[in-house]
Design a protein around this ligand. Sequence first.
Ligand code: S3P
Length: 173
Amino acid sequence: MIIVLIGYMGSGKSSVGKILAKKLNYNLIDLDDFIEAKEHATVSEIFKTKGEIYFRKKETEYLKTLLQLKENTILSLGGGTPCYGNNMDVILNTEHATSIYLKGSLSFLSKKLFKKKAKRPLIAHIETETLLKDFIAKHLFERSQFYNKAQIHIVTDHKEKSEIVEDIILALF
Ligand code: S3P
């Protein structure tokens, strides 16, 4: 089985993925890390030198390749991955994949992301927490239609990572 973690930037996909993979003894693949290794460049460098459209093309290509894995795998996606092309439908149509939306609220996400925006090219330039919150509000509204299609939704606000993992396991098995 492939467990696909989706959600907005800062929703905890990568860190929850790590704990979940250990707990279930699954392989772990973080799509951003995978792209960085394949492209020999960080996500920020790819955005800067080749542009976002190139990044989205590679993201879609590697997603489709990775969804063909037959081993038990936790696949944590980038925040935008389900929102481009037909990616969300491809995920939903992959029989051996289960999609999980890690759902953070606007205020939790913006507080967390303001401290961790440097590595994220879409928000790195936003100077104040208020402006960032405005950006996220609009972006999250646009993206929610894709995230909401996930088979399982887990609310992450006020929870430790370990609690989120427990909630996922309860929902899955
Ligand atoms: C993006 C999210 C990032 C990364 C890229 C674009 C997005 O991943 O893929 O910067 O469009 O939301 P995280 O969700 O892990 O930050």
